[in-house]
Structures are given as C-alpha cells and as structure tokens.
Design a protein around this ligand. Structure first.
Ligand SMILES: C[S@@+](CC[C@H](N)C(=O)[O-])C[C@H]1O[C@@H](n2cnc3c(N)ncnc32)[C@H](O)[C@@H]1O
Length: 403
C-alpha cells in the first residue's frame, strides 16, 4: 500500500480525556503540552520519572499506579502509548483502533494511527512539523521556524503583528546575545528605536534601513531636562502611529528611569509594554567570573548606586548600615566616588582588606577587570584609568573561584 501523507489537525483537548500509558522520558516530554492544552489526563503506569510524579502531586493529571489493562481507553479522545512492554503497547493499540481513539506509539510509529509533530510556540503561533520518518529533521525545521519568529527574521513584513505604542526593552549589559528573545523580536518589528549609550548597541546595526534609530543622548532638549525630552520623543513617535522601542541598558527598572517613562506615556494614554532585561548588576560580575552569592560565603547581595557621594546631602543610601552587612555589595555608577565610598565603608566597620573587583564594560569585547581591596580601590581605579561604565563588587565572593 502506498504511504499516504498524514493529515495535520489541531486537537482542542480542553476537558477531554487523554490516556497516557507509561511514564518514562517520552511521556515526560509530551505531558506538559497536554496539560497546557487543558486535557483531562489519565496516566496509567506502575512507576514514573520524578518530574511526572511532581505533575501528579500538583494535581495536573490523575495517576493510576498499575500496568495497562483492556478498557483503559474507555472514554478517551486521544491516547499516548509509551510503555516499555511491546505486548502491552500492541494490545493498547488494538484497543484504540477498536474504540476509534487516535493513538500515538513511541515504540512503533508505523503501527500508530497518529504521529506527534515537532512543535514549538512563539507569541500565539503554534508551529508543528511532520516529516514522516525523520524526527531530527522535524525538530531542526521546527527550531528554525520558531527561532525566526522569535527574533523577527521570519515575520512576513506586511502581516507582522505590530505592537502598539511603546515597548520599553531592557537590552542587557551590552553583549547582543544577552537581550531577551521578546526584546529582540520587538526590536525587529520597530519603526523607531530610541537607544541609550549602554546596552546592545551592535543590534542597532542589524536594523533595516527604514528604521529610525534615535540616540537618546543626542536628543536636543533646549529648556527641557534630558529625560523630559526623551519622554516627549517617545510620545511624539507613538502618537504618529509608529511602533516604538525604547532600548535601555540592563533592566529598565534598575536605575534606568523606566518608570518615569511609563508614567509619562500613561499620562498621554499611550500603551507601554515593559520587557525586563538582564541587569548589569548581576551579569557583569558573572561575566568576570564573580558569583554575587556563594554558599557559605554570602547570603545576600545589595545593589547600590554610588552616583552621589556618601557625604552628599542628596544621598539616599545608608552607608553606615551597608558597612555592617557581611554579604556582597554591588555598586553601579560609582567610579567617580569609589574612593570616598570605600573610606566610608571602612570607617563604619567593613575591614580594609575586603576584596574588591572593578569590571569595566562587562560582557563586551572591551571588558576588563581590576582587583583591589577596600583600602586600595580608590587609588587603583585612578592608576588603571578605569572609566564608566563599570560595576564594582565588594565582598568575599570576589575571591571565588580562587584566583
Ligand atoms: C544608569 S545605570 C543603568 C543600569 C541598567 N539599567 C542595568 O540594569 O544594568 C548605568 C550603570 O550600569 C552599570 N553598567 C551598565 N552596563 C555595564 C557594563 N556593560 N559594564 C559595566 N557596568 C555596566 C555601570 O555601573 C553604569 O554606570
């Protein structure tokens, strides 16, 4: 008999009985999608992997701890036959056939009435690929399509689901690979990108020529504050119906003035999506090999802005309290004031030989690290010509892994 191509279909399983026989690796991989589809899953298996057990404990499926027996498919709309007993699989297949229940089989696809496609999802689109007898090819095709949808390279230009208003995107610390998938997709869909000096600047070169890229540092602001001028530019472009991305370094809400922009947009009734980003406060130490916590060494880390000196009346930081902490201090915007900050920490009790690492331009090709102690860091930063942006890490974690 000639091999017919399978007929693709999307099953709407919510509230419908799906019987899963066997609870090994195959079932473990398929169950989350069945649960996400709202299926009423009955699992029949004498044992299960720890992950499947956890699903049962969480009430996501009903688990009967026993072997398959005839009649298990009663009331089922769909079945997954994955036991390690070929005879049981064959019997279950026969029962499925007799009851006209579509069934997939992990041990013998040719004996099954249904095949599972390689599936993936991105922003409301379900991708399902069937190549017949080549699951690796299916998976590779699926990955290519999903990846293309996620990074925007596969969006049909005239049918792109455009975001409305402004997307406030955290771009991560600088390495273009450290932006989120959602951030990258929104960037690919933008008409206008208003970008900061920090963040993944390399991604801007990849944008198509029709995209207007605005350097936030260069927006003329006349009698306005720079931030107000940026807010106005966002509002203006959004009101003109453009898809606007406000690309920021790190995370928009970590010393990023993100909320000021959200509020300004809200005052004009402009919708704003916030896309979190990987903050430099964690990623820059990590890129330099420094864990901000380490078991038995630091049970806390505190992220502080040092852009105003400790003795400045505008400072909102309780440096005295920070000096008493034993954990890790991560300082942003502190290059200029690090000498005075270190002296203040020592004066209030932090030991002078506490290790300190200064990481400049972390995650970029220009990354460099200078090691010092609280006693020496002020001088080291000057002697080494450290310039912003830099993250300064203070605490015993700086020694891990041992240099
Ligand atoms: C205005 S704050 C913005 C922080 C950002 N929102 C975040 O979550 O990373 C700017 C400071 O972040 C730090 N920073 C950002 N990117 C950095 C990088 N690639 N390397 C070192 N420090 C960085 C520096 O301390 C810099 O002065």
């Amino acid at each position: 008999m000639a091999e017919h191509a399978p007929y693709p279909v999307g099953l709407r399983l919510a509230g419908r009985r799906v019987v899963v026989l066997g609870a090994g690796q195959v079932a473990q991989r398929r169950l989350p999608a069945l649960i996400a589809a709202g299926a009423d899953v009955l699992l029949v298996s004498p044992s299960a992997t720890p992950s499947v057990e956890a699903m049962a404990e969480a009430g996501e499926l009903r688990w009967e701890r026993r072997r398959y027996r005839d009649g298990d498919l009663d009331g089922a709309w769909y079945a997954l036959i994955t036991t390690d007993d070929p005879a049981a699989n064959a019997a279950a297949s026969a029962e499925a056939e007799a009851r006209r229940v579509w069934a997939v089989r992990s041990d013998d696809a040719s004996a099954a009435s249904a095949w599972t496609p390689a599936t993936g999802r991105s922003e409301g689109v379900t991708v399902a690929v069937l190549t017949g007898s080549d699951p690796r090819r299916s998976a590779a095709l699926r990955d290519t399509i999903v990846e293309g949808l996620r990074d925007g390279s596969l969006a049909a230009p005239h049918h792109r689901p455009r975001h409305k208003g402004v997307a406030l995107v955290g771009g991560g610390p600088g390495d273009p690979d450290l932006i989120t998938v959602r951030g990258r997709r929104l960037l690919a869909e933008a008409d206008v990108v208003i970008a900061d000096r920090l963040g993944p600047r390399d991604l801007l070169d990849e944008l198509p020529p029709h995209v207007e890229v605005v350097d936030a540092a260069k927006i003329p602001y006349g009698r306005f504050m720079a931030q107000e001028a940026i807010n106005n530019a966002l509002i203006e472009h959004a009101k003109a119906g453009k898809a606007v991305v406000r690309l920021k370094g790190g995370d928009p809400f970590v010393f990023g003035r993100g909320m000021e922009e959200v509020q300004a947009l809200a005052e004009h009734g402009i919708p704003c999506t916030v896309v979190p980003g990987i903050s430099s406060s964690i990623s820059v130490p990590a890129a330099a090999g420094i864990p901000v916590t380490h078991r038995g060494v630091a049970h806390e880390f505190t992220v502080v802005s040092g852009h105003v000196a400790p003795d400045d009346p505008r400072s909102l930081v309780d440096w005295e309290a920070l000096a008493r902490l034993q954990g890790t201090l991560v300082l942003l915007m502190s290059v200029e004031n690090i000498g005075r900050i270190a002296a203040t920490l020592i004066r209030h009790g932090r030991t002078a030989d506490t290790p300190v690492a200064v990481v400049q331009e972390g995650t970029t090709a220009a990354q460099r690290r200078v090691d010092a102690t609280l006693a020496t860091v002020g001088e080291s930063v000057k002697a080494e010509g450290i310039r912003p942006p830099a993250v300064i890490v203070i605490g015993e974690v700086v020694r891990y892994p041992a240099p």
